[in-house]
Design a protein around this ligand. Structure first.
Ligand SMILES: [Zn+2]
Length: 397
């Protein structure tokens, strides 16, 4: 729904009270229920779109409880599913045509345990009064919740967030809003459409190559390194500790958990939230810095899975790096600033080649992960391993 270079997302934390939390949870549960039912119709009976909706409506008339929940959830889920199915079939046909060694894509059922799947989309006409109200300097945002008699009128329509002043200033327009739940915290995620894009003065013909790594997430061919923040590592350690505590105290058989267990779960959720926020913030900051500076950016196409297969002891470290996030962020930010982005294939062996004379190391003398300095046996060129790789990436066409 919101893809392309002219869109970006902004999340705002919500602080709903307990009654509101109940209502929001109900809507998220219903969203998941609709997705699973419609996907089941697709997989078992081969129904999609209008036919699937008709079958669902028959079911709804038998089970009365559906009428407590607003209608827009069903229609938005249906729209989302139709889009997802057409997209996956496109990808699968491309795989078939080109015989790429890639797994076929399937749509999955949603579970309550997953952190990703707790969300629902609020369509444009369901914002409070159909628009945003100005209150002082800030805009407020509200949605229409349930419509049944059980929902108190106080909660039927509710102002749930105050928007920061930068979000609706005329340069952007809100395309859609999604309510999310990540680690027990609620967010509203706005998809914003850029109407007027800012202009950045990019220096002519400055090419940069980026080598994604583990110790420093990016190494530029100019010699600059972006290291992973120390606080992130600390937080991962803390999360691991709390996970082990929860595992000890959690009783699988009983429905009621002890107070001590609930407290540690809350602490675990808090640290996971902190990790998520810190990581996103850091990634966004470094990617905007790069995309505003260079005209042509070349990035090596890297997959963490390959390294996990080769070096199994690196597996716990791989969650620190977020190469796919980095790639997508750079790609859309560069396009927004008027630059160009190129993916360099990982099979070009950028780490094994000398940047000075172009000599490629023999297969039995390959650089290992532990070798940090590149020494060329032909010309005697000495350089840091990552910088050498980044310079090679900048040279590739
Ligand atoms: Zn050399």
């Amino acid at each position: 729904m919101c893809s392309g270079n002219n869109y970006f997302r902004r999340n705002i934390r919500l602080y709903p009270n307990k009654q509101m939390q109940k209502e929001l949870d109900k809507l998220m549960d219903y969203d998941r229920y609709c997705w699973n039912k419609l996907l089941e119709y697709r997989k078992v009976d081969g129904l999609l779109g209008k036919e699937a909706l008709e079958k669902f409506r028959k079911l709804r008339s038998i089970e009365g409880w559906h009428y407590e929940i607003p209608n827009y959830i069903l229609s938005s889920v249906n729209k989302k599913l139709v889009e997802a199915i057409t997209e996956t079939s496109k990808i699968n046909s491309r795989i078939k045509k080109n015989h790429i060694n890639m797994p076929y894509q399937y749509l999955n059922f949603k579970t309550k345990k997953s952190k990703k799947h707790q969300s629902f989309i609020v369509p444009n006409d369901r914002y409070l009064d159909g628009s945003f109200k100005k209150k002082g300097k800030n805009y407020t945002f509200g949605i229409v919740l349930g419509r049944g008699s059980k929902v108190k009128s106080k909660y039927r329509m509710m102002q749930i967030a105050e928007l920061p002043p930068g979000i609706n200033t005329g340069d952007t327009e809100i395309a859609s809003a999604t309510i999310l739940k990540i680690c027990d915290a609620y967010y509203v995620s706005f998809c914003l459409k850029v109407i007027k894009s800012k202009h950045y003065d990019l220096a002519e013909n400055i090419v940069v190559g980026i080598d994604p790594g583990i110790k420093s997430i990016m190494t530029l061919s100019t010699g600059r390194k972006f290291k992973i923040p120390k606080k992130l590592k600390k937080l991962y350690k803390r999360q691991k500790y709390y996970r082990s505590r929860v595992k000890k105290r959690f009783k699988k058989d009983s429905r009621i958990q002890s107070k001590r267990c609930l407290k540690t779960i809350a602490k675990y959720n808090k640290t996971s939230r902190q990790i998520f926020n810190l990581k996103e913030d850091w990634l966004h900051k470094i990617t905007t810095k790069i995309s505003r500076k260079f005209r042509l950016i070349k990035l090596e196409d890297c997959d963490p899975k390959d390294i996990c297969i080769q070096y199994s002891y690196m597996k716990p470290k791989m969650k620190l790096v977020a190469w796919k996030h980095l790639e997508t962020y750079i790609e859309y930010k560069v396009a927004r600033c008027g630059g160009k982005f190129i993916r360099v294939s990982k099979y070009k062996a950028s780490t094994q080649t000398c940047n000075h004379c172009g000599y490629r190391l023999d297969t039995d003398k390959k650089m290992r992960l532990s070798d940090r300095i590149f020494v060329c046996p032909m010309c005697g060129y000495i350089e840091d391993r990552d910088i050498n790789a980044a310079k090679n990436i900048a040279k590739f066409n």
